[in-house]
Design a protein around this ligand. Structure first.
Ligand SMILES: [Zn+2]
Length: 145
């Protein structure tokens, strides 16, 4: 697959995010995946609101159900490197194909989203609100009961 065909119709026009750099970082992160059970390596990378790049990979364990998705280690990386919010997100499998975050990880990413956060999807760039509409979030814990 050439560069043009992978970019066709991704709706990246006008974005100030270097999506190619995010993709490369996600692929690099994927190479660190620990996935001996599923054999399904995943890497994720994100640009923070203050311009840093953070990444993560999936980390399985023998109990399967306690597997950490790449988004989990990415958010750990976010906090280990200064915290902050996520501006843009990209996730790939072992073949470099774009992956959508699972339900749990959409909630995780929602918690740490910058107001204008964008996510690369197979259908192009989407906002966090498109990925997790009507989300429950920290704002609901602040409302008076
Ligand atoms: Zn997940």
């Amino acid at each position: 697959m050439d560069e043009d065909s992978t970019r066709a119709g991704t709706g990246m026009e006008g974005s100030d995010v270097d999506w190619a750099a995010l993709e490369a970082a996600a692929v690099d992160a994927m190479k660190n995946a620990y996935a001996p059970y599923s054999k399904f390596a995943v890497g994720a990378a994100a640009l923070t609101a203050d311009g840093r790049m953070v990444s993560g990979c999936n980390v399985e364990n023998a109990s399967y159900g306690l597997t950490l998705c790449a988004e989990c280690t990415l958010v750990g990386n976010l906090h280990m490197t200064g915290g902050g919010l996520l501006r843009a997100f990209y996730c790939v499998d072992a073949a470099g194909t774009i992956l959508m975050p699972c339900g749990r990880c959409r909630q995780l990413l929602y918690e740490f989203r910058a107001p204008d956060m964008e996510l690369m999807t197979a259908q192009g760039i989407k906002t966090m609100d498109q990925m997790l509409p009507d989300a429950f979030g920290p704002q609901h814990l602040e409302e008076p009961r």
